[in-house]
Write a protein that binds this ligand. Structure first.
Ligand SMILES: O=C(O)C(=O)C[C@]1(C(=O)O)C=C[C@@H](O)C=C1
Length: 359
């Protein structure tokens, strides 16, 4: 079942196995992030006081502070079964139960409403670039990034049994997947492109409609699930095709310094020369490496009148800057850098501090 935003009445919430009762309203990360005093079980869920390891005087181990591997966890992703996002969810939480969602926003809402415990959503692809929608949704919702996962995306060309490449006129897939295979599809003589919500959804549609002139760009798992033939493998334009996904939860994790961590922040600045330079200098001066930067329109304040010396006032676009730091919020150096940025940023939020995916 795909969880849908548009028709909640037709998609009743999936029972959460008691998770609903434990659901806390989401809260923001305070800066610097401090250890939560609430105890957590190995699955990352709060434990009743009677089994609370602190009240039993059992020493807290680093395993208690780790993100769970997925036992009993419900993990929301966008798309149909067989989508790359589902594979990413399984990579992040190997023993989880995946919850397909119609839209990215549905996955955010599923976690907020405790229908799911985590969401795994794409942020950027090495060929196609950023998935801007998810940057915008990060700000609109109050979930925390608790991890990242990189997935090697190996696209296949899928068609109904007996269909030959020469008879194909059209390729159907997620726009990112079509963009990642643009040159190969053209070389194969496939001229038309049809964009749909996800790669596996394209495979399902082609199988259900028994299309004879259209192929899906999707995973080999989607071929298996929907009974399609694989006409070509590894059709992405670059063999190193990697999508980075974020893992989202209602609560932040406790940042550590004993392994590589990243911290994702978003901020806005006053208009004026050198403002962004000054913001980036707070990290450069402390030798904190930045791994990603993205700017998005400030939707609440898209235009502002510039205070320059023109007779006609100029209107500037207002931006939000999303930055990933190679640092943990448990590191005083990173805390000082953010303290410094807070002195002159007009807005600053820590989206999460989480272990770097080194795979
Ligand atoms: O459609 C899918 O299978 C997805 O999981 C979505 C998505 C994306 O949004 O970028 C994920 C990985 C690939 O880069 C292509 C598509």
């Amino acid at each position: 079942m795909v969880v849908s935003t548009s028709s909640p009445a037709s998609s009743p919430p999936i029972p959460t196995g008691g998770g609903g009762a434990r659901c806390q309203p989401p809260r923001t990360v305070s800066m610097p992030a401090r250890a939560s005093r609430r105890s957590v079980s190995a699955s990352g869920m709060p434990v009743p006081a009677s089994r609370d390891p602190i009240s039993l005087h059992r020493p807290l181990t680093s395993a208690d502070l780790m993100e769970p591997t997925g036992d009993g966890l419900k993990v929301a992703y966008q798309g149909c079964p067989g989508a790359y996002s589902e594979a990413a969810a399984k990579k992040a939480y190997p023993s989880c139960q995946t919850v397909p969602c119609e839209y990215f926003e549905t996955a955010f809402q599923a976690v907020e409403a405790c229908v799911a415990d985590r969401a795994v959503l794409p942020l950027e692809n090495s060929l196609g670039g950023s998935i801007h929608r998810n940057y915008d949704l990060l700000l609109r919702h109050r979930l925390h990034i608790v991890g990242e996962v990189r997935l090697a995306v190996r696209h296949c060309l899928l068609a109904n049994r007996g269909v030959k490449i020469e008879s194909l006129r059209s390729a159907m897939s997620h726009p990112q997947a079509l963009a990642q295979c643009e040159q190969t599809l053209t070389k194969l003589g496939i001229e038309h492109r049809e964009a749909v919500d996800d790669t596996a959804g394209a495979a399902k549609f082609i199988a259900e409609q028994k299309l004879q002139d259209t192929a899906a760009v999707a995973s080999s798992l989607a071929a298996e699930l929907y009974g399609l033939d694989i006409l070509a493998e590894n059709i992405q334009d670059d063999s190193d095709n990697v999508t980075r996904f974020m893992m989202l939860a209602r609560e932040p994790i406790i940042p550590r310094t004993d392994k590589p961590f990243k911290t994702s922040i978003v901020f806005s600045l006053e208009e004026g020369p050198g403002q962004l330079f000054k913001a980036l200098a707070v990290f450069a001066l402390r030798k904190i490496n930045l791994t990603k930067m993205e700017s998005r329109p400030h939707k609440k304040r898209p235009l502002r009148v510039a205070d320059d010396h023109c007779s006609v006032p100029l209107k500037h676009f207002d931006y939000l800057f999303y930055v990933d730091l190679e640092a943990s919020m448990a590191d005083p150096n990173a805390q000082n850098a953010l303290g410094n940025l807070k002195e002159f940023a007009t807005f600053l939020r820590v989206l999460g501090s989480y272990p770097t995916d080194l795979s």
